[in-house]
Design a binder for this molecule. Structure first.
Ligand SMILES: O=C(O)CCC(=O)C(=O)O
Length: 356
């Protein structure tokens, strides 16, 4: 998924990298007070906005040059780009209720073992991270050696030690390595569902323990994939990557090329704060097209579009630009406030794939 091999200096000079730098979050260092961080202004006039394309299409049937619309039975039209065959954008494809359900699941169920997360390599599998963060728990290193019969097969590198959550403010714990659950939640960058992706090998490791993709997500992805498929061909969701973005987080330009059949789409769902997505060409030298991704938008990449570099150089976490009003109106129940607090400054992307 992440291209290696190319020298850093070569990558820095490409059109894709230049565009990433254009939109990336930089702070204004002319501000004297170091505690106040003001984002540097960025010119967004070249960023394609499919929501406003949708509005004007609904009003008077207008479409900008190079954009076409497919007749599909979704509540929202499906847009495609003449110069990027296989790329589809469905603005507002997910209802606000569905978005909220997926946000809750992405924070509670999806990172549960045997699904792996970026934390596995250091801490091993972590159960109930979101609940632990809500309860103010702390993950501490348990230095008592564990026997091989107790060892969890999913545990990465743990050198005979384990990590456990505690609420105790015991003096003796001061000597242990520890990290708060809320810090871990902020540092959660990805979790994998279904067949587990092994980042170090850049491939799916079918021998790793895994559960099937949850039924509701599987059905949703199958429905959403339809515009990218010929009639009668079905999409079989086998794996998904959930990406979690906080302020300043980016996803560098890459190709998703570890799946066997590139005619099958990647179904990519956006939740939470607005982002900029870059869709490049088949090489990094091709200037990418920048577009906004908002909560509820869905992108499909199939066929030729699977060969196009893409990435996320920016998410907007400030009130004015995040555009999460509908989520704020929906997540008002007391039980939902912790999800609201998280998503007010975060973005979640779920991308679903057929592997074989
Ligand atoms: O966050 C996004 O919208 C894109 C995610 C992506 O490109 C990936 O995980 O491969």
């Amino acid at each position: 998924m992440y291209e290696s091999g190319k020298k850093k200096e070569e990558l820095e000079r490409t059109a894709f990298r230049k565009c990433e730098k254009k939109y990336k979050l930089y702070y204004d260092d002319s501000i004297k007070n170091k505690k106040i961080k003001i984002p540097k202004p960025v010119d967004l006039t070249d960023v394609v906005d499919f929501r406003s394309i949708l509005d004007s299409h609904n009003r008077n049937g207008d479409l900008p040059h190079g954009v076409t619309v497919l007749n599909h039975n979704f509540t929202s039209p499906v847009f495609s780009l003449q110069n990027r065959p296989g790329f589809y954008f469905i603005p507002g494809a997910l209802s606000v209720e569905k978005q909220c359900t997926l946000i809750r699941e992405s924070l509670t169920d999806f990172p549960q073992p045997p699904n792996r997360t970026n934390h596995n390599a250091i801490y091993g599998p972590i159960h109930d991270l979101f609940v632990a963060a809500k309860e103010g728990k702390v993950l501490i290193e348990d230095v008592s050696p564990i026997s091989s019969s107790e060892a969890d097969p999913d545990f990465g590198h743990r050198d005979g030690k384990g990590w456990t959550f505690t609420t105790e403010k015991d003096e003796s714990l001061r000597k242990c390595k520890s990290i708060s659950a809320s810090a871990l939640l902020r540092k959660l960058r990805w979790s994998t569902l279904g067949l587990q992706f092994e980042w170090s090998k850049r491939n799916y490791d079918v021998s790793l323990p895994h559960n099937k993709i949850p039924e509701a997500l599987c059905e949703l992805a199958k429905q959403l994939a339809k515009p990218a498929l010929p009639a009668g061909v079905d999409f079989q969701p086998e794996a998904a990557i959930v990406n979690y973005f906080g302020s300043g987080d980016t996803l560098g330009g890459h190709l998703d090329d570890m799946e066997a059949d590139w005619s099958m789409p990647i179904v990519s769902l956006s939740l939470g704060c607005k982002a900029i997505f870059l869709l490049g060409g088949k090489c990094r030298e091709d200037p990418p097209l920048a577009m906004f991704l908002r909560s509820g938008d869905v992108v499909l990449m199939a066929g030729e579009a699977r060969e196009c570099f893409h990435g996320v150089p920016r998410i907007f976490t400030d009130r004015e630009n995040a555009e999460i009003g509908p989520l704020e109106e929906q997540l008002t129940h007391e039980d939902d406030l912790c999800f609201l607090k998280y998503i007010q400054t975060s973005r979640i992307n779920i991308n679903i794939r057929q592997v074989f």
